[in-house]
Design a protein around this ligand. Structure first.
Ligand SMILES: [Zn+2]
Length: 169
């Protein structure tokens, strides 16, 4: 009996999530073919499990190209990461903030002006980053806080970035 015969099906909820994330179209933004199936980014034979992070919707043609090596794993991970950010409605600014904060050494933070908080609303709500009060006091001018807060990535955010398998987009 081969490995393929032992292979359990992808759970239907997980499969649906991957298809919805891609709008039931091929995940390659320049392809977007409507004939799609869910495929593994790292081949099943290697990972031996179904994980949402490793699944992507591809049309038969793009799927064939991945097997021929014309589209490599790193590229697929980038397409997948883009889809996840689009699905979560993160802005490119939020994506940049997330990757920059993930690159910081421990106990380092990005100074972030309080009046710009709306720009990272979805990122804050996701719990991937948090804002800490500046320990050096909060200066204010005309009743508005002007000293920056300190933006740091949370453990949840670090895990999320690690699960993407890409260092930037
Ligand atoms: Zn395609």
């Amino acid at each position: 009996m081969s490995d393929n015969d032992n292979r359990p099906p992808i759970p239907s909820g997980m499969r649906r999530k991957v298809l919805v994330e891609a709008g039931h179209r091929c995940a390659l933004p320049t392809c977007r073919h409507i004939d799609v199936d869910v495929h593994h980014i790292v081949p099943y034979e290697k990972c031996k499990k179904h994980k949402y992070e490793n699944l992507i919707a591809l049309c038969p043609n793009c799927h064939r190209r991945t097997h021929k090596g014309e589209i490599d794993i790193k590229s697929l991970k980038t397409y997948k990461a883009n889809l996840r950010f689009t699905h979560d409605k993160f802005s490119q600014f939020e994506v940049d903030i997330l990757f920059e904060s993930a690159k910081l050494p421990p106990r380092h933070a990005i100074p972030f002006p309080p009046f710009m908080i709306l720009l990272i609303k979805r990122l804050l709500e996701s719990g991937y980053v948090q804002l800490n009060k500046n320990p050096h006091g909060s200066g204010s001018s005309f009743g508005m806080q002007i000293s920056p807060d300190l933006l740091v990535i949370t453990p949840k955010g670090s895990n999320f970035v690690a699960s993407l398998g890409v260092s930037e987009l």
